[in-house]
Structure formats: structure tokens, C-alpha cells
Write a protein that binds this ligand. Structure first.
Ligand code: TRP
Length: 325
């Protein structure tokens, strides 16, 4: 049986945090064996909002790929590549932009939301409006059957499906309608209980030192109603407990201990610190090795981009033929 093909991408935001791992990367690692995987660094997508200062972009690409490799994404199993090294993405973006009704983009919920919420950047640019068109190009060039995405990207995936139908309707059945690959992922809260996010400054990176992890866990909010360790605790809604649910196989026991006042917040945090450190140590070690060999990382991207281009250029040939160019 041939494996289903998957394409997914991430914008290069630099070093990744635990939210990225439990929300997406863990699943990337798992599907490498069951699917034919293309994992893309979406550096053109980064430009849609961060066009004014691109000084960190190359470094961010490398940092992100180092994290991918450190958690076990394997270039022997998956094609790891950089969007901007495969020019076909821009060609399909151009063609799709011809058949994209403006209303589809203007109505896109993520577009409206970000336009309203992001105040520190001017997002009134053509590229930002066209974000879903570029993302559709990424997916359709590989005729990907499935796209692992988080809930926040579902509207974009829906756009890809709609534009596929519109294209095939005009020019014949060339493109493949992609499906969302929704997997159970753990939602990782930030240190302050909001969603873990680099821009909130509330994250624990994937590879941090023991000391930094300890410092960060200490800043987690604890139950103000608990004066003494023997007071009954409230694990529901407690950040420390939310992390126990991710890292502690025995989280249910901990829940009871907390409710019954058998364990105090200080001890609970100490144990959590140790569990996160244990998870992080091998990743940190791998990251340090790779950080000393950036050429190796660049070579992986180059090789991956060549492989990606082979597939992309074949699809582009079919597309040009269908559109009669
Ligand atoms: N928009 C995605 C994000 O912000 C990144 C992305 C770009 C992507 N191209 C893609 C994801 C193609 C899946 C498929 O997370």
C-alpha cells in the first residue's frame, strides 16, 4: 500500500517551545513512519507580516530546524525543506491568485482577527491578505492528501480545499483536495496560564537548561487559597497541575494528593521541574551538537529542497498544461 502524502509547515520563529512540541512536532515525529512527509520551513510566510525587519530570518530558520532534528524529525524519513528554495511555490501562488475571489480572503476569520489584534505591525499589505493562497500553493504543489494542522489553521485548510475545487472546475482534475489531519494534541498553557506563546513571554523552550527550567517553574502561579501545604488544593485550573497532566504518568494520583492536602505546591513544583528537565536534557544535548554544525543543517535543507523541487516541478508542469500556458 502506498503511504498517504503529508505536507506541513511552520513559520520560522526561531527556537521552539513546549507548546510547539505537544501541539505539532510530536505528531510530526510519529507520522514520519506512517506517511510520506514533507516538512517545510515557511519563510515566505514569515515575510507576510515580518517584512520590515528580516535581519533574523536566516538564523530563525536554522534554529527551528535544529529543534526539529533535536526531537527526532529524521531527514532520512521525511523531506525537510525551505519554502523559498523551491520557486514553484511562488509560481503556483501567482496562478491561484488569479482565481481567488477577494471576498474569500477578506472574510477569512484569521485575517480579520489578526488585523484587529496585531497592533505593532502594519498588516495592510497584499501579501498578508494572500497568506491562505500561498499556504494552498504549498499544499497543492505536493498533491498532499493530508495536512496536520492545529485548529487555528483549519480556515486556511478550508480555503485550500475550496480553491482546489475552483481550479479543477476551470481547468480539469489536476489538483488534489487535501484533508485535515487532526490528532489529539495536548494544549500546553504558558507559565501564566494563557496559551504558551513566544510573544507573551510565558514559554518554556524545548531545550532549556535545568536551571532555567527550575526558575521558570518557580514563577508559575500557585493557589492563593492555600496557605499551608496541608490545606486542600485546587488542581483544576492550576498551571502546575496542567503540566503534571502532560509530564506525569501518575497525574491522577497527584490530583488526589493535592485535593486532600497531602502535597504542597513547593514539592509539586520541584517534582514537575525534574520531569521537564528529564524530557529536555536529551533534546538540549542534541541541540548543542547541531548548533556546532550549522553546515550540516544547511545541507539537510538544501538536499530536502532539491527533493521537494522534483515533485513541485512535475505538478507545475501539469498545471501549466491545464491552464494552457
Ligand atoms: N500557516 C501555518 C502556520 O502558521 C504555516 C504553514 C505554511 C503551513 N504553509 C503551510 C501549514 C502548509 C500547513 C501546510 O502554522
Amino acid at each position: 500500500m502506498t503511504k498517504k502524502r503529508v505536507l506541513s509547515g511552520m513559520r520560522p520563529t526561531g527556537r521552539l517551545h513546549l507548546g510547539h512540541y505537544f501541539g505539532a512536532l510530536k505528531n510530526y515525529v510519529a507520522i514520519q513512519d506512517t506517511h510520506e512527509c514533507f516538512f517545510m520551513v515557511a519563510d515566505w510566510h514569515a515575510l507576510t507580516s515580518d517584512y520590515a525587519d528580516t535581519s533574523n530570518i536566516r538564523e530563525n530558520v536554522i534554529d527551528m530546524v535544529i529543534d526539529w532534528l533535536s526531537v527526532g524529525i529524521d531527514p532520512k524519513k521525511a523531506v525537510i525543506f525551505r519554502q523559498s528554495e523551491v520557486p514553484q511555490h511562488s509560481e503556483l501562488f501567482l496562478i491561484l491568485s488569479m482565481i481567488t475571489p477577494l471576498g474569500w480572503l477578506q472574510r477569512c476569520p484569521t485575517y480579520k482577527e489578526q488585523l484587529k489584534e496585531i497592533q505593532n505591525k502594519d498588516l495592510n499589505n497584499y501579501g498578508f491578505l494572500g497568506y491562505p493562497v500561498l499556504m494552498a500553493s504549498d499544499i497543492l504543489l505536493y498533491k498532499a492528501n493530508e495536512v496536520p494542522v492545529g485548529e487555528d489553521q483549519l480556515a486556511h485548510l478550508e480555503f485550500s480545499r475550496e480553491i482546489t475545487r475552483r481550479f479543477n472546475n476551470f481547468y480539469g482534475d489536476v489538483l488534489v483536495e487535501p484533508q485535515a489531519l487532526l490528532t489529539k494534541t495536548a494544549r500546553v498553557p504558558g507559565l501564566d496560564k494563557r496559551k504558551m506563546s513566544k510573544s507573551y513571554g510565558n514559554s518554556i523552550l524545548l531545550a532549556e537548561t535545568d536551571e532555567d527550567i527550575a526558575k521558570k517553574v518557580k514563577t508559575m502561579y500557585t493557589d492563593p487559597l492555600r496557605i499551608k501545604a496541608t490545606d486542600p488544593g485546587h488542581p483544576d485550573g492550576c498551571v502546575v497541575f496542567a503540566f503534571h497532566e502532560i509530564f506525569n504518568k501518575d497525574a491522577q494520583t497527584r490530583k488526589q494528593e493535592c485535593i486532600n492536602g497531602c502535597v504542597g505546591c513547593v514539592k509539586c513544583k520541584k517534582e514537575l521541574t525534574e520531569m521537564i528537565c528529564e524530557f529536555s536534557r536529551p533534546i538540549l544535548k542534541k541541540r548543542q551538537e547541531l548548533a556546532n554544525d550549522k553546515k550540516y543543517v544547511e545541507d539537510i535543507l538544501k538536499e530536502g529542497s532539491l527533493k521537494a523541487e522534483q515533485v513541485a516541478s512535475q505538478t507545475m508542469k501539469e498545471i501549466r498544461e491545464a491552464v494552457k500556458l
